[in-house]
Design a protein around this ligand. Sequence first.
Ligand SMILES: [Zn+2]
Length: 118
Amino acid sequence: MDTNQITPMGTNPETEKVAAIVENAGEDLLMFRCPGCKCGHAVPIRRANGNTDGLWSWNGSLTKPTLQPSIIVTYTPEPPKDRPARCHSWVTDGHIKFLGDSHHNLRDSSVPLPSMEN
Ligand SMILES: [Zn+2]
Protein backbone atom coordinates (compact mmCIF):
# COMPACT_ATOMS: atom_id res chain seq x y z
CA MET A 1 0.00 0.00 0.00
CA ASP A 2 1.35 3.39 -0.99
CA THR A 3 1.14 5.78 1.96
CA ASN A 4 2.84 8.76 0.35
CA GLN A 5 0.70 11.87 0.57
CA ILE A 6 1.71 14.26 -2.17
CA THR A 7 0.17 17.72 -2.36
CA PRO A 8 0.72 19.47 -5.70
CA MET A 9 2.82 22.61 -5.41
CA GLY A 10 0.86 25.77 -4.96
CA THR A 11 -2.21 24.17 -3.51
CA ASN A 12 -3.31 23.68 0.04
CA PRO A 13 -6.74 22.19 -0.41
CA GLU A 14 -7.22 20.91 3.12
CA THR A 15 -6.99 24.25 4.91
CA GLU A 16 -8.08 26.88 2.43
CA LYS A 17 -11.71 27.78 2.97
CA VAL A 18 -13.60 28.35 -0.27
CA ALA A 19 -17.03 28.65 1.35
CA ALA A 20 -18.49 30.36 4.39
CA ILE A 21 -21.69 30.10 6.37
CA VAL A 22 -23.75 33.24 6.75
CA GLU A 23 -26.92 33.47 8.85
CA ASN A 24 -29.91 35.26 7.41
CA ALA A 25 -33.41 35.40 8.92
CA GLY A 26 -33.27 32.02 10.62
CA GLU A 27 -31.52 30.31 7.72
CA ASP A 28 -27.90 29.29 7.38
CA LEU A 29 -26.62 29.98 3.88
CA LEU A 30 -23.51 28.52 2.34
CA MET A 31 -21.79 31.29 0.42
CA PHE A 32 -19.00 31.01 -2.14
CA ARG A 33 -17.33 33.25 -4.68
CA CYS A 34 -18.45 32.59 -8.21
CA PRO A 35 -15.58 33.13 -10.66
CA GLY A 36 -18.05 33.27 -13.54
CA CYS A 37 -20.19 36.10 -12.14
CA LYS A 38 -17.36 37.61 -10.05
CA CYS A 39 -19.69 37.92 -7.09
CA GLY A 40 -20.94 35.74 -4.26
CA HIS A 41 -23.67 33.15 -4.51
CA ALA A 42 -25.38 31.66 -1.46
CA VAL A 43 -27.85 28.84 -1.01
CA PRO A 44 -29.80 27.82 2.11
CA ILE A 45 -28.50 24.65 3.79
CA ARG A 46 -30.38 24.57 7.12
CA ARG A 47 -32.97 26.43 9.14
CA ALA A 48 -33.42 27.09 12.82
CA ASN A 49 -36.99 25.77 12.68
CA GLY A 50 -35.96 22.45 11.11
CA ASN A 51 -37.97 23.00 7.91
CA THR A 52 -35.98 21.43 5.09
CA ASP A 53 -38.12 22.54 2.12
CA GLY A 54 -35.97 23.84 -0.71
CA LEU A 55 -32.67 23.38 1.10
CA TRP A 56 -29.51 22.26 -0.69
CA SER A 57 -27.70 19.24 0.64
CA TRP A 58 -24.16 20.05 1.73
CA ASN A 59 -21.30 17.72 2.62
CA GLY A 60 -20.29 19.84 5.65
CA SER A 61 -16.93 20.96 4.20
CA LEU A 62 -15.83 24.59 3.87
CA THR A 63 -12.62 23.56 2.07
CA LYS A 64 -14.07 21.05 -0.42
CA PRO A 65 -17.78 21.72 -0.41
CA THR A 66 -20.26 19.70 -2.41
CA LEU A 67 -23.78 21.03 -2.90
CA GLN A 68 -26.77 19.34 -4.46
CA PRO A 69 -28.74 20.00 -6.59
CA SER A 70 -27.26 22.40 -9.13
CA ILE A 71 -27.47 26.16 -8.60
CA ILE A 72 -29.13 28.52 -11.07
CA VAL A 73 -28.73 32.25 -10.58
CA THR A 74 -30.70 34.55 -12.86
CA TYR A 75 -31.04 38.29 -13.03
CA THR A 76 -34.28 39.50 -14.58
CA PRO A 77 -35.51 41.39 -16.38
CA GLU A 78 -32.17 43.18 -16.87
CA PRO A 79 -28.92 41.87 -15.39
CA PRO A 80 -26.60 44.41 -13.79
CA LYS A 81 -23.90 45.60 -16.20
CA ASP A 82 -21.21 43.48 -14.53
CA ARG A 83 -23.29 40.28 -14.24
CA PRO A 84 -24.42 37.62 -16.67
CA ALA A 85 -28.16 37.07 -17.00
CA ARG A 86 -27.83 33.43 -16.01
CA CYS A 87 -25.32 31.26 -14.17
CA HIS A 88 -25.90 27.51 -13.80
CA SER A 89 -23.41 25.45 -11.86
CA TRP A 90 -22.64 22.35 -9.85
CA VAL A 91 -20.39 22.71 -6.80
CA THR A 92 -18.55 19.45 -6.21
CA ASP A 93 -15.54 18.76 -4.00
CA GLY A 94 -14.42 22.41 -3.96
CA HIS A 95 -14.78 22.89 -7.71
CA ILE A 96 -17.47 24.69 -9.63
CA LYS A 97 -18.62 23.33 -12.96
CA PHE A 98 -20.58 25.70 -15.15
CA LEU A 99 -23.17 24.29 -17.48
CA GLY A 100 -23.55 25.31 -21.10
CA ASP A 101 -26.62 27.44 -20.43
CA SER A 102 -24.58 29.90 -18.34
CA HIS A 103 -24.19 33.35 -19.88
CA HIS A 104 -20.55 33.98 -18.99
CA ASN A 105 -17.33 32.80 -20.55
CA LEU A 106 -16.71 30.03 -18.00
CA ARG A 107 -19.67 28.02 -19.32
CA ASP A 108 -18.84 24.40 -20.07
CA SER A 109 -15.79 24.49 -17.80
CA SER A 110 -14.86 23.43 -14.28
CA VAL A 111 -12.55 25.50 -12.06
CA PRO A 112 -11.50 25.46 -8.37
CA LEU A 113 -13.54 27.75 -6.13
CA PRO A 114 -11.54 30.82 -5.10
CA SER A 115 -10.45 31.24 -1.49
CA MET A 116 -12.72 33.13 0.90
CA GLU A 117 -9.72 34.11 3.02
CA ASN A 118 -8.58 37.36 1.48
ZN1 LIG B 1 -22.25 32.66 -10.94
